[in-house]
Structure formats: structure tokens, C-alpha cells
Design a binder for this molecule. Sequence first.
Ligand code: ZN
Length: 189
Amino acid sequence: MLANERMVRFEYQVQHGDTISVYPAAAGDEPLPADLRFVLDNHLGRLAAYLRMLGFDVIYHPDYDDQVLAEISAGEERILLTRDRRLLMRKIVRYGYCPRSLESHQQVLEVLRRYNLAEKIAPFRRCLRCNHLLELVRKDEVLDRLEPLTRLYYDEFHRCPACGQVYWKGSHYERMLVLIERMRRDQAR
Ligand SMILES: [Zn+2]
């Protein structure tokens, strides 16, 4: 739905003299960028981590203010996720969504459903800290950074070339797999 050529939601209060255009909600009920990448408001840190865990490209920084978020969304054609509806109403923000839930698991499901992302889930390929794609590294390259038990039990390691964070399939990995499987299942419903 557009009011004066700007995308608005159904809660929009129609003003005298507005030009309203309503389009059918088909498979894609809103304009979408070619690549589904995101920029998240700074109160959505957990959602940012989950989306990165699922392999999605997410810009998130606790210091970014509304103006910066809107400019990144517009300049890089990223979908802006925020619970601040006023921010979504800014003129330059073309792609955006306000998750209804306050709970991060539910927010992930909302985003997966809304953008039909189940098929695009590619876990554990992106740094949870900085969003960069991970690279496989040899164990001896990261040996000095590992705790004794990790050295003993694990042989496959990934590293973030940007921030240096090392990842391996430790105990948290199994928990994440369970979580991802649940999200996939819930998203398919
Ligand atoms: Zn990193």
C-alpha cells in the first residue's frame, strides 16, 4: 500500500488529499531488494546474532543511530529491521520490517517467514561478531589460541579473516543445530 508514492502500512492514517494505491498481497507483497541482506536496529542484537548464525548478511552495531541505519538501508539496499515504526516511515527507507514479537526466537521466525528464507539457511558460515564470511583453517594455525580440551577433541576449525575469532563445532554447536532445526520446522508451518 502506497500513500503519495511512499510505502505505508494499513495502520496509516489517511490525510486529506493523499493519493493511496493498494496492491494485491501476492507471493511477494512488498518490493524487495535483489539480495536479501539486512541492517538491524541496535535493540535487536540477539536477532542479529541468530540471523548471522543462519548465514544471513546482517549489519548490526550498537552505536548506529536512526540516521545511520536509514542511510545504510537506503545506500546498500538492505532490509531495515526495527521495532521503531517511525524509523521505517522515513522517506529514504524503502525496505523494512517491524518484528511484532519482543522475543528473539519468535522474531527470527517472523523474519524467516516474511522473506521466505528457509531454503536460504546456510548455518555457520558467517562470523557472529562481525558478519564476515569464515574461512577454513588448519588446526596448527590456531593451536595457540585453543584451550587444552578443545585441542584434544576437535580437528576442524574456521576463522574470521576480519576479526580473528576462531570457531569449532563444540558443545554450543549441537545446541545451535537443534535450534536451527526447530526454526526450519517452525518456518515450514
Ligand atoms: Zn569476525
